[in-house]
Every structure is written in C-alpha cells, then in structure tokens.
Design a protein around this ligand. Structure first.
Ligand code: SAH
Length: 345
C-alpha cells in the first residue's frame, strides 16, 4: 500500500497514469488532501467512482490513527496521540496564541538524545518518522480542527536534525504553494544543538527559523542534563547559533527551561545575558513541566520573574512561556509514555 502524504505530484501522476488517468487528477487530489483536509477517498467527490475505487485499494490517505486527544480549557491547547495498528507512535500539539494557531509536530517516534529532564528519554528511541507521517500530523490537526493552521514548529518528540532529510522534505511540501503553502517565516525547527547540522540548515532552510534548546549557561551544568553537550560543548553550539542569526538575518529563539535550584538563579540569568550578547535572539523561558517520577522540580514563580528581570535589565528580549498544556501533560512525550504504560481504553 502506498501512502498519499509520502507521494509528491509527480509520483501521484505516475500512479494515475497506470490506470489511464490524466495528470490533472493529481492536482485535484492534492487540493483535497492539503487544502480541504479530506481524510478518505470517498470525500473526493469530483474524482470518478472507478478511480476512487482503485485508489482505495492502492494508496492510503491516512496512516496515523488518532488514539487519544486531550484538551485544555481556558488557556487553549490540544494534544493528540497518533498511532498505527492501535500502538502509540507520536504526539502533536495544537496551541492557540494571540497570532493564531500553531501546530507542533514530532519528527521521531521516541528520541535518541535522552535529556535528563525529558519524558521521551524514558521510552527511548523507536524510529525516525517518515516524511508523510510528519506532514500528516500537521494536516491531521487541520482536519480535526476544520481550519488552516498558520504556524508550524518542529518541537514535538525527537531531534529534527537527526531525521534531517525527512524533516526538511516535510517542511518543503508544507511550504510549497502547490500543496499547503505555509510561509517559511512561520516555520521553526527546534534543536538540542548540533553545530554541523545547524550550519547545514542555515544553507537549506531558505527563510525558516531556528530555535535552540540551551537550558544552561556553562558546560558543567549543561553536561548534567543534555548528553550531547559532551560532543558539542556550549561555546560551539552558541557560535553556530550566532552564525545562523548573522547569515539568515533572522531573529533566533533560545529556549531556556528553568529547573528549580539548578539553573534558575540570578547569576545564571546574568551569565545567559553575557553568553548571548550580540545575537539577535528572543529568549523563551520555560518553567519545567513536571514529569512524574523525575527528581527535578519546577521553579518558583518569583524565581522565574527574577530571571526574566535580569535578562530585561541586560536588554535581552525575553518571554515566559505560558504554562499552556501543563494541565494536559504537554511536556514532551508524556502522553505517549502514559499510554505505553497503560494501553488506551
Ligand atoms: N529535540 C528538539 C525538539 C524537541 S523538545 C530540542 O531539543 O529542541 C522541545 C522542547 O521541550 C525542548 O526545548 C525541550 O528541552 C523541552 N522539554 C522537554 N521536556 C520538557 C519538560 N518536561 N518541561 C519543559 N520543557 C521540556
């Protein structure tokens, strides 16, 4: 069985030619999939019935099943757990911000990096997601929401730069006006910090944005929570970020997750300001989302405020992430982890 979201227009045209169909049918199918968010061949009513019957037998429109959905009222976030054959695969989150709806997608099933504070580390790594599986998370949220999402972040489970080709291929399709037509300025890839890949992305992103999960201000601290820091120490990671900001002419995002009594002091904030000096960046402070069974704690709100004020005094642009999704276990990988422990109802 082929998969629709893994096929580009040319592959579709070739498949249609096998049964003597005209190439323009491929464009019709793409419009149904990417702009009308059809989830089955039956919905594509302007395709002849005979063709639909052939497609039902040869190409699957949907490869992700929705296993669970959690919604948070008030502050608005929805979390989706996708699976295959009833088995959990990956998670996506839909976030409502002032500027519109953002879809956050996973790039891997599980994560090979193993950061000490992250729920995904507990499950470990299963496999890279395919191009179509990444695309379908985003389009699948449009389907369920019955509207277009204006922003895309590769900030779900997994390290996008360890599944680089599929992540970039998914981005290219979603940004192509012939398919979904998202503006590249509204797409962000978040990385744990792999300098050679950050450089490659600088060449390939063509206007898409970069976020770096920094979470510490020196190697001693970062080594304790991010295993990759051994290979790619903080000064190299920050240099690659600096180069990306300079070469792209874009403001980059620095994610700084606050862990109580570990990296949340005023001295950390001062060091962070110095480290980022001269980089056009926005620091996003993220109070750690509790993961049951982990030794870490979330920072006190007064500490978050103090940290923010030190950055502001040093003229570093900073926002504090709303605790969107905290009530629905929106910390990375938690829904999948929980469902792996307890099979879905
Ligand atoms: N691998 C990529 C993208 C996935 S993680 C990266 O490292 O950026 C997305 C973000 O969520 C990262 O900044 C990650 O460090 C953060 N994160 C993971 N677990 C978290 C938790 N329990 N609370 C808050 N942020 C968390």
């Amino acid at each position: 069985m082929l998969s629709l979201f893994d096929m580009d227009q040319k592959a579709l045209e070739e498949h249609l030619a096998l049964v003597g169909e005209k190439p323009y049918r491929a464009k019709q199918i793409i419009a149904w999939a990417y702009r009308k968010f059809a989830s089955s061949w039956d919905e594509m009513t302007d395709l002849p019935e005979r063709l639909r019957k052939h497609l039902v037998e040869t190409v699957s429109v949907s490869r992700l099943e929705l296993l669970r959905k959690q919604e948070e009222e008030g502050e608005w976030a929805k979390r989706f757990l996708w699976g295959q054959g009833g088995k959990p695969l990956c998670e996506s989150v839909l976030l409502a911000y002032k500027y519109g709806l953002t879809g956050c997608v996973s790039t891997q099933a599980g994560c090979p990096v193993g950061c000490a504070f992250c729920a995904s580390a507990v499950i470990g790594f299963e496999r890279d997601l395919q191009k179509g599986e990444i695309i379908e998370q985003f389009v699948g949220m449009c389907r369920l929401q019955k509207e277009r999402l204006g922003h895309l972040v590769f900030m779900g489970t997994g390290e996008p730069f360890m599944n680089y080709d599929n992540t970039m291929a998914a981005m290219d399709v979603l940004c192509d006006p012939a398919y979904y037509g998202l503006s590249r300025r509204k797409v962000t890839v978040s990385t744990v910090g792999i300098p050679p890949m950050m450089r490659r992305y600088a060449q390939d992103s063509r206007g898409a944005r970069l976020a770096l999960s920094l979470h510490a201000t020196n190697n001693e601290t970062r080594d304790q929570i991010i295993p990759f820091n051994n290979r790619y120490p903080i000064e190299k990671v920050v240099l690659a970020l600096r180069e990306f900001a300079a070469s792209s002419g874009q403001r980059v995002t620095v994610e700084y997750m606050l862990l109580k009594d570990f990296n949340d002091s005023a001295a950390d904030a001062a060091r962070l300001s110095a480290l980022l000096g001269g980089i056009d960046c926005l620091v996003n402070l993220i109070p750690w989302n509790e993961v049951p069974g982990f030794k870490w704690r979330s920072p006190q709100p007064s500490k978050v405020k103090e940290f923010q004020e030190v950055l502001e005094r040093n003229r570093v642009k900073v926002t504090v992430r709303r605790r969107l999704g905290a009530n629905i276990e929106a910390a990375c990988g938690q829904l999948r982890r929980e469902t792996a422990d307890r099979p879905p109802k």
